[in-house]
Design a protein around this ligand. Structure first.
Ligand code: FAE
Length: 548
């Protein structure tokens, strides 16, 4: 099994590398050949032309990548469609990605200016003008709520902090009462952790590195206020970080790289699941291909309209692809939007009323405390968070707060946190006829319970330490940034818009297999749960719907 994976991964990585060198938008083991060359007719009888596939997966994030790998392993001829770019060739500066401290066109998805979560420093705006380009990080702005999301081969894995936490069994059961938690915790969570390459920070770095001083400062303060802290697993390769500490490799986490991509160290999905999927020989990937419309053809599966663009945003063509089985892995925002739009336009009229409902930001609140000048947090900070304050058992104000870095290259005396709270408020998507797109509806006060919970924890720490909040960092001088999320969840919730395996109600062979299945909250950073759930669902779907 292991050597099989290594060979597959090698083949898949080679295909990605070759495609990237030649700037190809279609990638498979025989790039340049048609899928027919790879897949025997016997195995995929339905395949009629180069634009018909037995299965199509939209998106290359966690859910999409898991789905494509398992479909490829089952010898199902599969097309993956990704609106973002493949990132593995260096730009003019010799780097693939830009740093947080020196953003450029590679940083954001068609923006003229960066839109950083921390937009000010001492009230001075720190967002920078950049050229509009198909960069890696998108920020979708709606009334009262903005959503950060990855746009690249590898989806969120390219831009995220890599924190890989398995939720508590009890909260998982609360969120998914109808899913067999024994099976999840015995089979699918371990599988997800192993496949993603989850590992843990060595004590030597945590306790001694100057790059983790910010973590130790926040840990001691939390402890003094009676809070429990815990080490958080991550998919950043800590063996690589040890070499960064020694100074024997090029720095990435130690050089202000994360939300605009890491040039080294991070085990992103293109290096794991996606490489393995391509390595099966049954998966083709098309990049800079955005699905804009889905229709159902009676007895003939699904038809997709797909817009291909250049990295500068110019339209190359509108393609039509068809398939028997369609898996939406376009992420919470992408999958929900596609289905809400399809229902509103009458393309998929049988979708039920739960489509677009039960959306939540995983209770995300960002906040920062100002430490005393005699308590610095470090000029150089690793961008990879490795510790959290866990007060989830608090009966009134449950909070799980990630101790976050503020990698700006100067001493800031800031303790920054991305807190996850338990907030039962939910938003929903609706179709905006003028914009011809789905929009998120989230009320101005819906995050108040989350702010109260975080305030309860941080007030206690501030009282104990005689410290205060930073009001200069976030929009509108807010101490609690309650207007953006890194963790959008829901919109096509398991057991509501879909059955208990992500099969969309009202349609055969139509599936959602990503963050949209999770009803708004999971209590920890979500990608391990999304991966594990996707493993479970696609295994069931392949066995019961596809290989029958
Ligand atoms: P996702 O990874 O978003 O992938 C969806 C993919 O579909 C993307 O590549 C899109 O470009 C593509 N797509 C969307 N619409 C279309 C379309 N119409 N046509 C073609 N392609 C399309 O989905 N989570 C953690 O667990 N730990 C962390 O440390 C963490 N840090 C984060 C930091 C940041 C800055 C951000 C933005 C997120 C962070 N997250 C973290 C959240 C995590 O990355 C996210 O939950 C997962 O990536 C969601 O996985 P999905 O498979 O749902």
């Amino acid at each position: 099994m292991k050597s099989n994976y290594s060979r597959r991964r090698f083949l898949g990585l080679s295909a990605l590398g070759t495609a990237s060198v030649f700037g190809l938008s279609t990638i498979n083991l025989l790039t340049g050949c048609t899928p027919n060359d790879i897949v025997s007719e016997e195995e995929n009888e339905e395949q009629e032309s180069n634009n018909h596939f037995k299965a199509i997966v939209i998106g290359t994030g966690y859910g999409g990548s898991v789905s494509a790998l398992r479909l490829g392993e089952a010898k199902v001829n599969t097309l993956m469609l990704e609106m973002g770019q493949l990132w593995d060739q260096p730009g003019e500066d010799g780097k693939i990605f830009s740093k947080m401290t020196s953003p450029d066109k590679r940083s954001m998805w068609f923006k003229n200016k960066t839109e950083l979560p921390i937009s000010n420093f001492f009230w001075f705006g720190i967002d920078r003008n950049i050229d509009s380009y198909a960069g890696v990080l998108d920020r979708l702005n709606y009334d009262n709520m903005s959503v950060y999301t990855g746009r690249a081969v590898g989806g969120g894995s390219i831009v995220n902090g890599g924190i890989a936490v398995t939720p508590s069994k009890s909260y998982f059961e609360e969120v998914f009462p109808k899913v067999d938690s024994g099976e999840m915790f015995n089979v699918y969570f371990p599988r997800a952790n192993q496949m993603l390459g989850v590992n843990q920070v060595p004590n030597s770095l945590l306790e001694n590195s100057s790059y983790y001083k910010f973590t130790r400062v926040s840990r001691e303060q939390a402890k003094r206020s009676g809070y429990k802290t815990e080490v958080l697993p991550n998919i950043y390769d800590f063996n690589y970080m040890l070499l960064e500490e020694e100074g024997t490799v090029e720095k990435s986490a130690y050089d202000n790289e994360v939300i605009f991509g890491n040039n080294a160290g991070k085990k992103t999905l293109d290096k794991t699941y996606i490489a393995d999927a391509l390595g099966t020989g049954y998966v083709t990937l098309k990049v800079l291909h955005e699905v804009i419309r889905i229709t159902h053809k009676e007895n003939a599966g699904y038809e997709l309209s797909v817009r291909e663009i250049t990295p500068e945003g110019n339209e190359v063509a509108i393609h039509t692809f068809t398939c028997n089985h369609l898996v939406l892995g376009a992420g919470t925002m992408g999958s929900s939007s596609l289905l809400v739009k399809a229902k509103a336009k009458g393309d998929l009229p049988l979708l039920n009323d739960n489509v677009g409902k039960n959306w939540g930001p995983n209770g995300n609140i960002m906040t920062a405390r100002a430490n005393h000048v005699w308590n610095p947090t470090g000029k150089n900070q690793s961008t990879i968070p490795v510790m959290g304050i866990n007060d989830w058992d608090n009966p009134v104000y449950p909070v799980f707060a990630e101790i976050a870095p503020i990698p700006i290259g100067i001493e800031s005396w800031i303790s920054l946190y991305l807190a996850i709270t338990k907030n039962s408020e939910r938003g929903y998507f609706s179709y905006d006829t003028v914009k011809d797109e789905a929009v998120l509806n989230w009320g101005e006060n819906q995050n108040t319970p989350s702010v109260m919970a975080v305030k309860n924890m941080m007030d206690k720490i501030n009282r104990k330490e005689f410290t205060t909040y930073r009001y200069d960092l976030f929009k509108e001088n807010k101490a609690f940034a309650d207007d953006f999320t890194y963790h959008p969840l829901g919109g096509c919730v398991l057991g509501e818009a879909t059955d208990l395996y992500g099969r969309v109600k009202g349609y055969k062979n139509l599936y959602v297999n990503d963050g949209a299945l999770v009803p708004g909250s999971i209590g920890v950073n979500p990608f391990v749960t999304i991966t594990a759930l996707a493993e479970r669902n696609i295994e069931y779907i392949i066995k019961n719907d596809i290989l029958v």
